[in-house]
Design a protein around this ligand. Structure first.
Ligand code: AMP
Length: 215
């Protein structure tokens, strides 16, 4: 399947994407994960992106598009992909349309995961992430703690609260989402490719997507 997952930070795009990869071997492409990996590796892209990310601001469109143009041409995307956290602005969506045309890739659907703001705030402030950039497993101190406090079940690295998941950075990210990313819902609605789903349960979102695609 070839999908865009839209939704505010904390709507569950990453969780849903991971579940969908198990359905048909499509790969999850999370721009946030790629960027965090670049920051940890100390690459030029990582250095340019880091300050924006720590403030909860969007990384400039030009950096994101260069990164995604390369990513979408890697062979593992042939089976399908789930775009998680991209596009985030109208210019990114327009550039993605052009890129997909150039690469002769047809999207199946754009899924909008709709979650109330109070649920999102609660989820994000209790979220913890594995500090190992090649793992980045997600935990939640309330609903999904690691077996050993502060330690990743999968790789044994420390789990941390992301710098952009403090209450201030989260409110800023949600404001940025409302201003810059929420307009993508009507952008894709007009194209007729959008499906909105209530996202309080990731299982229900996955169910809705697979049944829409006849999987
Ligand atoms: P995420 O993990 O998707 O919430 O992304 C974390 C941070 O990475 C965001 O707050 C942005 O600073 C940056 N980022 C991720 N994806 C994008 C994108 N498509 N456009 C601009 N910035 C992005």
């Amino acid at each position: 399947m070839k999908l865009i997952l839209l939704g505010a930070p904390g709507a569950g795009k990453g969780t849903v994407a991971k579940m969908l990869t198990k359905v048909d071997g499509s790969v999850q492409i999370s721009t946030g994960d790629i960027l965090r990996g670049e920051v940890q590796a100390g690459t030029e892209l990582g250095k340019q992106a880091e300050a924006y990310m720590n403030r909860g601001d969007l990384v400039p469109d030009s950096l994101i598009m260069g990164m995604m143009e390369k990513r979408l041409q890697q062979p593992d995307t042939k089976k399908g992909f789930l775009l998680d956290g991209f596009p985030r602005t109208i210019p990114q969506a327009e550039a993605l349309d052009q890129l997909l045309r150039k690469l002769s890739i047809h999207l199946d659907m754009v899924v909008n995961i709709d979650v109330p703001r109070d649920v999102i705030l609660d989820r994000l402030t209790t979220r913890r992430t594995c500090s190992n950039s090649s793992c980045q497993a997600i935990y939640n101190v309330k609903s999904m703690p690691p077996k050993k406090e502060g330690i990743c079940d999968k790789c044994g690295s420390p789990i941390v609260q992301r710098e952009d998941e403090t209450v201030e950075a989260i409110s800023h990210r949600l404001d940025t989402y409302n201003q810059k990313t929420a307009p993508l819902v009507s952008y894709y609605q007009k194209k007729g490719t959008l499906k909105s789903v209530h996202g309080t349960s990731s299982d229900a979102v996955v169910q809705a997507v697979t049944s829409e695609l006849g999987l």
